[in-house]
Design a binder for this molecule. Sequence first.
Ligand SMILES: [Zn+2]
Ligand SMILES: [Zn+2]
Length: 387
Amino acid sequence: MVARFFLRLSDYGSAIQFLVLSHCNDEAFQLAQQHGQMDSYADIISSEATQEDYQSIALYFQGQNKHLQAGKFFHKSGQYSKALKHFLKCPNTDDNLAIEMAIETVGQAKDESLTNQLIDYLMGESDGMPKDAKYLFRLYMGLLQYREAACTAIIIAREEQSAGNYRNAHDMLFSMYTELQTQKIRIPAEMNTNLMILHSYILVKIHVKRGEHLKAARMLIRVSNNISKFPSHIVPILTSAVIECHRAGLRNSSFSFAAMLMRPEYRHNIDPKYRKKIETMVRRPDTSEIEEESTPCPYCGFMLPQCELICPGCKNNLPYCIATGHHMLKDDWSVCPHCEFPALYSQLILLLETESVCPMCSETLSVNQVEKMDDCSSFLHPDQSEH
Ligand SMILES: [Zn+2]
Ligand SMILES: [Zn+2]
């Protein structure tokens, strides 16, 4: 009766709702089918539905060639293989919802042949178009195959890095690092090192902007010593290293990077603005160098240069400060409240005078959110990273 009332008003949504409430799902389904109201029927029935209801909806959408919806309801009815088939037929959209759903489906199906189908699709074997590799990473995470996930993460970041997209590579490594950490998966040493080097590169820009040329120079030395990881910007990075080191009184380092730039494969690409100056430096070397300040190892107290990250005393890899790139100190410990990466308390406070986000996770951060920690022992794990 009531349903007919709504029908007379052409208010199909309410009619369907009424039928579902009265447990007349078949009638509701037919009504939805007749009047093209399947989306609202699916919405209304969502929590009450049986597998058969989901299947009917899925078949309806299949008939309409609406692959995303068909996949969604086959997924709900537990028919993973059909669901995947539809998701993989979806045109690529900006939000890539179909790929996300395909990953979820395969994660639940735990069926090797479905997994391989999706991997082929993501690798572009089926249509010649490789998909964004972050989906491959998610798929492996979803399948609890953490080792494969970590390898994928390293490969993706390496590609971004060699294309010169250092900020992207950094942010990608960072987000995958946190995902692995949340799952309590050991972070591969290579991933750790790459993130540290990329972070050092990001810090150079911040230090230069803040006029902290000695700190910038130290980070440029670290980056330049790993210059093979920055193949698209070898000459500009070495040039900055020469200039910043010279300015900061690290003349010997400046000289050795200047000498590297004299190699025939680099020499002609030096910015003409600096070429003369650099050539003169190489001809008349100045080998004076300000000594790097030494600070104690947080594990064993051994005094080592503040930018060294492996302790010669106890051989541990030392955690580094996200504000400076220096190794951490036991009595100056704080963490970013968002990403929990460590920072020297005094240095992070200084940095936040001019910066408003965490240099690691880019979340908004202000001085009053940072606390000095009395006990940092929970952050100190004697070496357990892979070598
Ligand atoms: Zn030590
Ligand atoms: Zn952070």
